[in-house]
Design a protein around this ligand. Structure first.
Ligand SMILES: Nc1ncnc2c1ncn2[C@@H]1O[C@H](COP(=O)(O)OP(=O)(O)OP(=O)(O)O)[C@@H](O)[C@H]1O
Length: 196
């Protein structure tokens, strides 16, 4: 599904990583590990097409993944370590923005992360873990084959980690792939590990 060949990344005037290769099959999962500053978030941004690779190739089904940026954006869900919420909009309104882009059932997605009762609360009033859950609810809106997740479980309680495990398992069972950067245990059975 996805293949990285000899990727190199520079941030500013510093080389962050080079010669990085991996492949990911449908239903597969890859955990990005490594110390602070190792380049996990940079790699996710590169895979999302948000920063350029200094060298190497990214292939999607054996074709240049980034030749058509719009097509690439359409096949992925990228969750950065920031929650990307509008503080003054309610939880429902925040998620409705993404539903207008991708489709999906906002109420069901809120329910899947346990936020049904807080749908009408402005995002600024949510706790940090609830904000993270609202960001993760985007994953439950409409299918996309590739999920790129940056520290998805930061701030989550145990029940929310279990719920996320359910979303990840359903996504993979439907043939979706996941790449996640994390310092914490993630419910991704059988995931391969890539240490930067
Ligand atoms: N916009 C930027 N300009 C210059 N350097 C940057 C920029 N963004 C990140 N860096 C540098 O790139 C390196 C990799 O950062 P990155 O955020 O990818 O690391 P990380 O592995 O995700 O770290 P953490 O575990 O702390 O989240 C760091 O040294 C960081 O300072």
């Amino acid at each position: 599904m996805l293949e990285a060949r000899e990727l190199a990344c520079w941030r500013g005037d510093r080389a962050i990583f080079a010669g990085l290769s991996f492949s990911l099959e449908a239903g597969g999962a890859l955990l990005l590990l490594g110390a602070n500053g190792a380049g996990k978030s940079s790699l996710l941004r590169l895979l999302a097409g948000l920063i350029p690779a200094a060298e190497g190739q990214l292939l999607w089904q054996s074709e240049d993944a980034l030749a058509d940026r719009v097509a690439h954006a359409g096949r992925l869900r990228y969750l950065s370590h920031q929650d990307a919420l509008k503080p003054s909009l309610t939880a429902r309104e925040n998620l409705s923005f993404y539903a207008r882009l991708w489709g999906g059932d906002v109420a069901a997605a809120l329910g899947s992360v346990g936020l049904a009762d807080l749908a009408e609360l402005p995002a600024r009033m949510l706790s940090s873990g609830q904000k993270r859950r609202l960001a993760l609810a985007r994953l439950a809106l409409a299918p996309a084959p590739l999920w790129l997740l940056d520290e998805p479980t930061v701030g989550l309680d145990a029940a929310s980690v279990t719920r996320l495990g359910g979303l990840l398992a359903a996504h993979r069972a439907a043939g979706g792939a996941v790449i996640a950067a994390t310092h914490l245990p993630l419910p991704l059975p059988g995931a391969r590990e890539l240490t930067l």
